[in-house]
Ligand binder design. Structure first.
Ligand code: ADP
Ligand code: ZN
Length: 216
């Protein structure tokens, strides 16, 4: 089962992707996480990618499409994947459409998590992320039990380099310009399933489950 999660920065794609992984037993494929790993390894293009990311801009399509091709070809993804943060542009979506045909897969659901901009800004400014496992917290809405320590694994919590107000504004502008057209792209294909992205994490998850496991 291949599921695409769409939504602005801070819409909750990563949080819901992790819950879907636990439920469906297929891996999360997050271009953001894979890019941050490359940045941490300080490879040549990891350094290059960091410039785009810190500016709130998109990493070039060729780079992320190549990353996705490699990732979707790994054996753990043969039963499916939860795509979080990819595609983010119409050319990426077209490349994905070709890729799934090439490797004999299908996209089963495109779920758009809808959250308005003021809410997104508040979420991102207070977001803290676990360095070890990627679990996310929010200083006001979802604090960890112990400040700076991950509830899930005891890892250290940090504020992502791009979770500052200037970069957040630029990420939102990039989203509106480059990623929003994808909503129309998938609506046009008849595969878009919008859901309300506010409420508790479990409320939102139930909306997603109702789509991916209808009749349960
Ligand atoms: P968020 O969804 O919270 O904005 P991500 O962790 O998904 O954050 O992505 C962080 C940054 O990584 C993006 O702002 C962008 O620079 C880069 N990135 C992630 N996915 C893609 C993609 N599919 N295409 C281009 N750039 C990407
Ligand atoms: Zn952790």
């Amino acid at each position: 089962m291949n599921i695409i999660l769409l939504g602005g920065p801070g819409a909750g794609k990563g949080t819901q992707a992790k819950k879907l992984v636990a439920r469906l037993g297929v891996p999360q494929v997050s271009t953001g996480d894979m890019l941050r790993a490359a940045v941490a390894e300080k490879t040549d293009w990891g350094r290059k990618a960091k410039e785009f990311m810190d500016a709130g801009k998109l990493v070039p399509d060729e780079v992320v499409i190549a990353i996705i091709k490699d990732r979707m070809s790994l054996t753990d993804a043969t039963r499916g994947s939860i795509l979080d943060g990819f595609p983010r542009t119409v050319p990426q979506a077209q490349a994905l459409d070709r890729l799934v045909v090439d490797i004999g897969r299908t996209i089963d659901h495109v779920i758009s998590i809808e959250v308005d901009e003021t809410e997104l800004i508040g979420r991102l400014c207070g977001r803290r992320t676990c360095k070890a496992c990627g679990q996310m917290f929010h200083v006001q809405h979802a604090p960890s039990r112990e400040t700076g320590v991950c509830d899930a694994c005891g890892g250290e919590l940090y504020q992502r380099d791009d979770d500052n107000e200037a970069t957040i504004r630029s990420r939102l502008a990039t989203y509106n310009e480059a990623t929003r057209p994808l909503i129309e792209y998938y609506r046009g294909k008849g595969s878009l399933r919008p859901i309300q992205g506010t409420g508790t994490i479990d409320d939102i998850f139930q909306r997603i489950v109702a789509i991916v496991e209808p009749g349960r």
